[in-house]
Design a protein around this ligand. Structure first.
Ligand code: ARG
Length: 554
């Protein structure tokens, strides 16, 4: 609609009107849109007040009810009826495609996301990466990009040598089978405790990793087993979250692909020796990037450099995103810099999408020292809490278990996505499950409420809009902002824009529902039902873009 206002206003001035110049007034008595005229004053040698008055007096358009000049602003009041008819028809025609676009024109984007470390618990940080990455992918898909979701598993590195040693010394096959993550973590912790007393263990760990790198069958078989068991555990979480991946190529996948890359660095004169290790100097602002340790072992960065080059070849990406916590900013700056020094111009298209921590009572959630919070348990607790609420509020609901899952998991995802990803967020299960705050269940509830109206009244085809009251108008203007909101969220890789939008729409709908007799006033019935249908479509689609389901009853 803003675009439309721009083109209308353009007919009544010689100034160049652009979308960003038009503001939405805080108070409805100041109109739906407003154009400040202050920036025109100098060129026209007239006061903004006069400019606004002259412009307002000549504006005439079938979509504009009236234009008023107030203190140098031109306030625009849209003709609500024609505008509402247009929006409702657009949404009903497009259905869930409303807001879809082809802005991406099929260009490829890789999204490195989730990427937990095997043999360790799936942390809160990995949860954030998973849900933020998933939502960004859904947004990119909606805008016509071709997305590739990559789970860059942390399944390689010297720590697996340590784990092999620990398992051979103290491991118990049955325990690992019963609770893989917990028992492997316990072995890892024990290794570190014992290594403090006996330093030779560290040497054995290094030797074990070397044998793994060289493909020694027994070491490899054990490692594969750890990996398989870990993935089975992670899969339970992905199933709960409803997240899938296009690739599970993790760090180990690059084990046999690093030599040529290290060779290339050498050929390009980029490798330097530093305390026996091989490094790339990435300038004064950053410490050098470590490529090989003094014992010849490769590192996290070596694998990421290799992975980036392979991804470029495999997917021909135009953008390559890495959804990884704030704390790895230096690593990604180094990665870009090394690739740039290697002469790869596409290193510019690499982008770190950072995010903050999840805190509990203001403190960082830690997996160290046995204080393990198993994410699967957290999600299941959310589901149970949701089930209890359903049991209280709607005991006759048919598919309680399914709905409880949608609400519990949705609540966790929503509370993560509703704030800008760079902020740290507080983890409070009870709060995120409330149906009256700015929560996932609140939005889901508005959607279910709208669905219940449609269950009472069936199809209506002709919508004749003769009058649009303020409650309805709120809903309509919110509905029409959806496409532009998607665009902003996609451009900024910021799902919180969609989350906030969904809360606003749910709030407008709720006050419409609370103040307007939707079903009982026959004269506006068809139009109001069409409005409710549009709300259902858009709320459901907004939630879907966040990776959240929208039950039709709850
Ligand atoms: N496994 C890493 C971690 O848990 C995250 C990997 C992120 N992706 C990457 N390509 N470095 O810290």
């Amino acid at each position: 609609m803003k675009q439309k206002v721009v083109s209308i206003l353009q007919n009544f001035t010689t100034e160049l009107i652009e979308e960003h110049m038009i503001v939405v007034p805080v108070y409805t008595h100041l109109g739906d849109y407003s154009l400040p005229c202050f920036s025109f004053a100098k060129k026209q040698r007239k006061s903004p007040i006069l400019i606004a008055q002259e412009m307002a007096s000549c504006i005439q358009d079938e979509d504009i009810e009236k234009a008023e000049a107030v203190n140098g602003y031109v306030n625009i009041f849209m003709r609500r009826t024609s505008f509402t008819t247009a929006i409702l028809n657009t949404i009903r025609e497009a259905g869930k495609k409303y807001g879809s676009s082809n802005l991406g024109a099929g260009s490829a984007v890789t999204i490195d996301m989730s990427s937990p470390n095997i043999a360790k618990p799936f942390s809160m940080g990995h949860l954030r990466s998973t849900v933020i990455g998933n939502s960004i992918t859904l947004l990119l898909d909606k805008s016509g990009y071709k997305t590739v979701k990559i789970n860059h598993l942390g399944d390689w590195g010297t720590q697996f040598g340590k784990l092999l040693v620990a398992y051979r010394l103290w491991g118990d096959k049955k325990k690992v089978q019963e609770a893989p993550i917990q028992s492997l973590l316990a072995l890892y912790i024990r290794f570190h405790e014992e290594a403090e007393k006996d330093n030779s263990l560290n040497d054995r760990g290094r030797a074990a990793f070397k044998s793994l790198e060289e493909g020694e069958p027994e070491a490899l078989a054990l490692w594969e087993w750890f990996r398989r068991e870990s993935l089975l555990e992670f899969q339970k979480i992905y199933d709960l979250l409803g997240v899938t991946f296009d690739s599970f190529h993790g760090e180990a996948y690059y084990n046999d692909k690093m030599d040529p890359i290290v060779e290339e660095l050498l050929q390009k004169n980029l490798l330097m020796e530093s305390d026996g290790a091989q490094v790339v100097d990435v300038g004064e602002n950053m410490p050098p990037c470590l490529i090989k340790k003094s014992d010849g072992a490769t590192l996290y960065a070596t694998r990421d450099i290799t992975a980036a080059i392979h991804r470029k070849n495999d997917y021909q990406f135009e953008q390559s995103l890495y959804v990884v916590g704030n704390e790895q900013s230096l690593h990604f700056a180094q990665l870009k810099s090394v690739l740039n020094k290697m002469g790869y111009e596409w290193s510019q298209s690499i982008q770190h999408i950072p995010f903050g921590l999840i805190l509990k009572d203001g403190k960082k959630l830690s997996t160290r020292k046995g204080k393990v919070i198993l994410l699967e348990e957290v999600l299941n607790e959310a589901i149970q809490l949701a089930e209890r609420t359903i049991e209280e509020k709607n005991p006759s609901l048919v598919n309680k278990k399914e709905v409880a899952k949608q609400v519990g998991v949705g609540a966790v995802i929503f509370s993560d996505l509703k704030q800008h990803r760079k902020h740290d967020i507080d983890f409070d299960l009870k709060k995120m499950l409330q149906t009256d705050g700015e929560t996932g269940p609140y939005v889901q509830y508005a959607h279910a409420r709208a669905c219940s109206i449609l269950r009472k009244i069936q199809e209506v085809d002709i919508i004749e809009v003769t009058e649009v009251n303020d409650f309805e108008w709120q809903v309509v203007t919110s509905l029409q902002q959806f496409p532009n909101t998607i665009k902003r969220a996609t451009d900024e890789f910021d799902p919180s824009i969609i989350a906030k939008y969904s809360i606003n729409l749910a709030q407008s709908f709720n006050s419409f529902y609370g103040n307007v007799p939707i079903v009982n006033d026959r004269s506006h019935l068809a139009y109001r039902i069409a409005l409710v249908q549009s709300v259902v479509i858009v709320l459901k689609e907004a939630l879907r873009l966040l990776g959240i389901e929208a039950p039709s009853e709850m």
